[in-house]
Write a protein that binds this ligand. Structure first.
Ligand code: NAP
Length: 491
């Protein structure tokens, strides 16, 4: 062990995952001069959720120039809301440009990570072993598919897969396709399949509010101007109207009684009233809970897609799945060639099923038995030198997780700098800081629009929203600098 005050550039840093936040970590660690860093990635490519999701119609519903690393603007975004493949390409290009590929060990799944004798000991499925002084968990939120427990699911004789496991060898044109689920994924799928499939049936359990949005392309002239003028590109990336909307929206979310929420409600209600001609269909599409309670769906074309002559909204409730299709509670059998389960993700898993064990044998599975949580979404008591990006209770409003991860990185960087400088050997948030934070978070979460009476992936097992419950401004403030008295700093 080196002396307490010697600068330790060679500290071993392990990053879990090479998605958006893992690539960010690699870039920032290299920039800061950490020379002994590895990123373990269980798949063969970078990209995380953008690698896993390739379904037709996949679109980023955050404006492209905002869904971009602050330090790596992209003049070439094709659309305001770009296709998923373009986002994946952006991450691959960025990883190459910053030579992050060289840091990544692909096809290595970490199965155990245990803190023993002052270091993290990691075991991979392949049998590889590593040790680290610092671990950054950048494992993402939405990557464990949630499969429905519908009777007869295993009896279906057609083709069936989860939306994040798309099989591109399966033909779509002229087929009878059923989509279960109408979150952002199901809605985007219907927009892509209506008019292409012989018939597409959308099985809706709960109606969704739809926020209208225009998806304008960037012209070749605009892209050329962005390429030529860095300041112009920077101003687009930091568009004041968008940033003001982020601020307004997160403030609105934090207070279900706010006038901003009432404004959102008026817009989505007007969208429904104006866009759906048939009164029977309109009533089926009318949610019975408040707008933005579930994650708002931004779609330029869902209402027109579901009114396509070859599309049908099915709301009768699924009785069971049979060999040839879905039987609804009204007794009807909906014959299908392809069944897509757009049924979302288990949002409470994070780095699990990995077995993570902290100081004194404390198991992550036990700490998170009730609900996954973390101090300011980044640190867990008894898990020293272990930090998370986009960890539990991390999402801020509906907006760019890249911005959230960058700000979290700014916070974590200050802690790991203490480790590198030798000022501390072990940094772990104290239980009392965690408890105080969690108490305040739970109280605030109950006032958010997410807790106003609907079911969504934002809610934990006890129905409490698991996202940042305060304003965007408060998040920025919290991430600006760690309060060191919240941490046990072992010298
Ligand atoms: P989701 O929002 O969790 O939606 C899951 C859907 O499946 C819901 O409509 C749910 O119905 C339905 N469902 C689940 N089990 C069911 C069952 N047994 N029977 C019938 N219906 C069932 O999942 P998602 O659409 O994949 O989206 C998840 C998140 O991914 C989004 O909120 C967003 O954060 C992210 N995403 C982002 C983009 C983007 O453009 N940035 C695109 C896609 C996804 P209930 O509502 O009744 O529970």
């Amino acid at each position: 062990m080196t002396g307490k005050t010697a600068k330790r550039d060679d500290l071993r840093v392990v990053v879990m995952g090479a998605g958006m936040a893992g690539i960010l970590s690699g870039i920032k660690l290299r920039e800061a001069g950490f020379s002994n860093t590895v990123i373990y990635e269980k798949a063969a490519r970078v990209g995380g959720t953008w690698r896993e999701n390739t379904y037709p119609g996949l679109t980023c519903d955050v404006p492209s120039h905002a869904y971009t690393y602050s330090f790596e603007p992209n003049p070439d975004w094709s659309y305001m809301l770009p296709p998923g493949a373009e986002v994946q390409d952006y991450f691959e290009r960025t990883a190459k440009k910053y030579k992050i590929d060289e840091m990544i060990r692909f096809n290595e799944e970490i199965i155990r990570c245990e803190f023993k004798n002052g270091r993290w000991h990691l075991d991979m499925k392949s049998g590889l072993h590593d040790e680290a002084d610092i671990v950054i968990a950048a494992t993402g939120v939405l990557h464990h598919p949630s499969l429905p427990t519908i009777p007869g699911l295993d009896k279906f004789q057609g083709t069936m897969f989860h939306s994040s496991r798309w099989d591109h060898s399966v033909p779509l044109d002229g087929r009878r396709i059923g989509v279960i689920g109408n979150g952002s994924t199901g809605v985007q799928l219907i927009c892509a399949l209506a008019g292409r499939a012989a018939k597409v049936q959308h099985f809706q359990r709960t109606a969704q509010w739809i926020m209208p949005v225009e998806n304008t392309p960037f012209t070749e002239e605009q892209k050329a101007a962005f390429r030529a003028d860095r300041a112009l590109l920077h101003s687009v990336q930091n568009d004041a109207t968008y940033l003001a909307n982020v601020e307004r929206f997160t403030n609105a979310v934090a207070d279900a009684t706010s006038p901003e929420i009432a404004q959102i409600e008026a817009i989505v209600l007007d969208n429904l009233e104006q866009s759906v001609a048939d009164p029977v269909l309109r009533e089926k599409l009318r949610p019975n809970y408040r707008a933005a309670c579930k994650r708002l769906i931004f779609s330029p074309s869902y209402y027109s897609a579901i009114q396509h002559p070859d599309a049908e909204l099915v709301t009768d409730g699924i009785e069971c799945i049979e060999a040839t299709g879905i039987r609804t509670r009204d007794g009807r059998l909906h014959a299908l060639d392809l069944l897509v389960l757009a049924t979302g993700f288990k949002a409470d898993q994070f780095m699990r099923p990995m077995n993570v064990v902290g100081r004194n044998g404390v198991k992550l599975n036990d700490v998170w038995a009730k609900r996954p949580n973390a101090y300011l979404a980044v640190a867990i008591p008894e898990f020293p030198n272990f930090f998370m990006l986009n960890g539990p209770t991390g999402p801020v409003g509906n907006f760019s997780l890249i911005d959230v991860a960058e700000q979290q990185w700014g916070y974590i960087a200050q802690l790991i700098e203490r480790l590198r400088s030798g000022a501390s050997q072990e940094i772990a948030v104290t239980q009392s800081a965690m408890d105080t934070y969690e108490q305040a978070r739970l109280a605030a979460a109950k006032n958010t629009i997410f807790a106003s009476g609907c079911n969504s992936w934002y809610l934990d097992a006890e129905g409490v929203p698991a996202s940042w419950p305060w304003s965007y401004g408060r998040f920025k403030e919290a991430m600006a600098a760690p309060q060191l008295d919240a941490f046990g700093l072992k010298a």
